[in-house]
Write a protein that binds this ligand. Structure first.
Ligand SMILES: C[S@@+](CC[C@H](N)C(=O)[O-])C[C@H]1O[C@@H](n2cnc3c(N)ncnc32)[C@H](O)[C@@H]1O
Length: 293
């Protein structure tokens, strides 16, 4: 366990032990050691296309521009550094502040070889979801009819389509910017997409008025409130039965399972905050459990 009090030599010792076990941790451990040696806390950032997005937390206070310039110099392929203040509002869009480099309106994020246009500050985007996109896509069977209820720019839908999973994918989001990005991504990647995707821009609460109950798999990636949408999802389930993938924030797998009625299995997806994690809870809705109309 790293603590603020740990000395540089202790960290080096831990680093050597970790390196012996897992080379993949090199970057993380080196980052922590370097920060400690320079008496600076580590910086958390993600790369979206040509942009580095730095989390503006208290560890960075007063050093934002210095750190941004350093990233611009040292991270290959980036043209700009933005700070993320928060993920805000119903659309979960990132509130970004420009810190260094070019002032970009848009960047092209690449995930599993698929190009996705991202209008900066207008949509939700998290490159750390790439593994989960693929993991869920690989659960989709050839016969599935899929609803990606909170698709954002379409990570789950695009990856599933590129893998040729399912018969049809309906991707919905309330944010018109996100749906516009998805539509552009569908055009940009058309030679790679196999399963047809239909894009819808609607509040998910209205989907039962727009869509028939034909879905055998519904992805519900809105961790703070997906649970509230389970009754809506159940109205969209096929009479053949359906699997709901419900994302939720909790402190333990047990808490996540308890939060999702009917949950049968739980998977850790991302770390969210100290002692808070995002989990996927899968719910199997059997054919005879359907709710009419
Ligand atoms: C966590 S993000 C989705 C991320 C996306 N699934 C991905 O993998 O990148 C949640 C999305 O839900 C959308 N959203 C929030 N409330 C909604 C609602 N009532 N109906 C439809 N979409 C909604 C937001 O606009 C946002 O794009």
């Amino acid at each position: 366990m790293f603590t603020a009090e740990a000395g540089a030599s202790e960290l080096k010792q831990v680093r050597d032990q970790l390196l012996a076990v897992c080379g993949g941790l090199v970057e993380v451990v080196e980052g922590l050691c370097m920060a400690r040696e320079q008496r600076r806390p580590p910086v958390s950032y993600v790369i979206v296309g040509r942009v580095a997005i730095v989390s503006l937390d208290e560890r960075l206070a007063g050093r934002e521009r210095e750190v941004a310039e350093e990233l611009l110099r040292t991270v290959p392929g980036i043209a700009a550094v933005y700070g993320k203040e928060a993920t805000v509002g119903e659309y979960r869009a990132q509130k970004l502040v420009h810190l260094a480099g070019e002032r970009l309106q848009e960047t092209i994020h690449v995930e599993h070889g698929l190009r996705i246009p991202v209008p900066l500050g207008r949509v939700y985007i998290n490159p750390r979801l790439a593994t989960e996109h693929r993991r869920v896509a690989e659960m989709i069977t050839g016969d599935d009819v899929v609803l990606d209820m909170f698709s954002g720019v379409g990570g789950f839908s695009l990856v599933a389509s590129a893998l040729g999973r399912g018969r049809l994918i309906v991707a919905n989001d309330a944010n018109p910017w996100a749906v516009a990005s998805l539509l552009r991504a569908m055009e940009m990647n058309k030679s790679k997409l196999k399963t047809p995707i239909v894009a819808v821009c609607s509040d998910a609460r209205r989907l039962p008025e727009l869509l028939s109950p034909v879905f055998t798999r519904i992805i519900m990636n809105l961790p703070h409130s997906a649970v509230e949408f389970i009754p809506v999802a159940r109205r969209l389930c096929s009479p053949r039965g359906c699997v709901l993938h419900v994302y939720t924030v909790a402190s333990s797998p047990e808490e996540a399972l308890a939060r999702v009625p009917g949950g049968s299995s739980v998977t850790h997806v991302l770390d969210y905050a100290p002692h808070r994690f995002i989990y996927r809870v899968d719910v199997v809705v059997r054919g005879e459990d359907q709710v009419e109309g």
